[in-house]
Design a protein around this ligand. Structure first.
Ligand code: IMP
Ligand code: MG
Length: 216
């Protein structure tokens, strides 16, 4: 069961978690969707579930999709090593189809650029870690690339799955192709930031996931 975000309203403000921000940023934060403790607890649970997919004592290459997944993947990789006898390696990839601005209009062709060498991963077991599944372009492209390179056993995990309100058929197809094996949390169709995810470059450092007002 993937947890839904529906938290105690007392935990919905940054102040409740002792977090301060410059005023201009504080204004764009709507509410805390996933508090720090809930994130950490789920990361550990995910590590336990993922460990079962790799033979004990074997090697697994954890591949965070930068930049958004860096914090989640660091915690998940360490939890994976603590919860198993796996030999955990890291190989970073940068992949993106978004610009610096928030959101996309869904039209036009988007190129996914993947910065990973076949020699980093061919013939190895992998754990691909992304921050969020939105339209699915990034993960679908990565899955294609990895299977072409002969990666043996790839698990795809995302921290957040955005439940899109009214997706077009081609977006649904893309998301189906991305097909994460494990999702951390289901979230509503809003812009979120924190724990590695950004709002126009800011808020990546937050220890929680917040919803952001992208129109201000
Ligand atoms: P997709 O390829 O359309 O699934 O987009 C996935 C990428 O877009 C993620 O890895 C994020 O980097 C970024 N992204 C999508 N939605 C959000 C959001 O709400 N906040 C921050 N980044 C997001
Ligand atoms: Mg990303």
């Amino acid at each position: 069961m993937v947890p839904e975000t529906g938290i105690d309203p007392d935990c919905a403000t940054l102040a409740a978690h002792g977090i301060q921000l410059p005023r201009a940023l504080h204004r764009i934060v709507r509410r805390v969707l996933i508090p720090p403790a809930a994130l950490q607890e789920r990361v550990r649970e995910m590590a336990r579930l993922l460990a079962e997919h790799y033979p004990p004592e074997s090697e697994v290459v954890v591949t965070p999709v930068l930049t958004g997944a860096f914090m989640f993947a660091a915690d998940l990789g360490r939890a994976l090593a603590q919860e198993s006898t796996l030999d955990v390696h890291f190989a970073l990839t940068k992949a993106g189809s978004y610009g610096a601005a928030m959101g996309v209009d869904g039209s036009g062709v988007r190129t996914v650029i993947i910065d990973l060498q076949p020699s980093d991963v061919a013939g190895r077991s992998m754990l691909l870690v992304d921050d969020i599944l939105d339209h699915g372009f990034t993960l679908a492209a990565l899955r294609d690339r990895l299977s072409a390179w002969g990666v043996r056993n790839v698990q795809v995990c995302v921290l957040l799955n955005k439940q899109l309100e009214d997706p077009e058929p081609q977006i649904l197809a893309q998301r189906a192709k991305a097909a994460p094996d494990l999702v951390g949390f289901e979230i509503p169709d809003v812009w979120v930031a924190g724990y590695g995810l950004d709002a126009a470059g800011s808020l990546r450092h937050l220890p929680c996931i917040v919803s952001v007002d992208k129109d201000t």
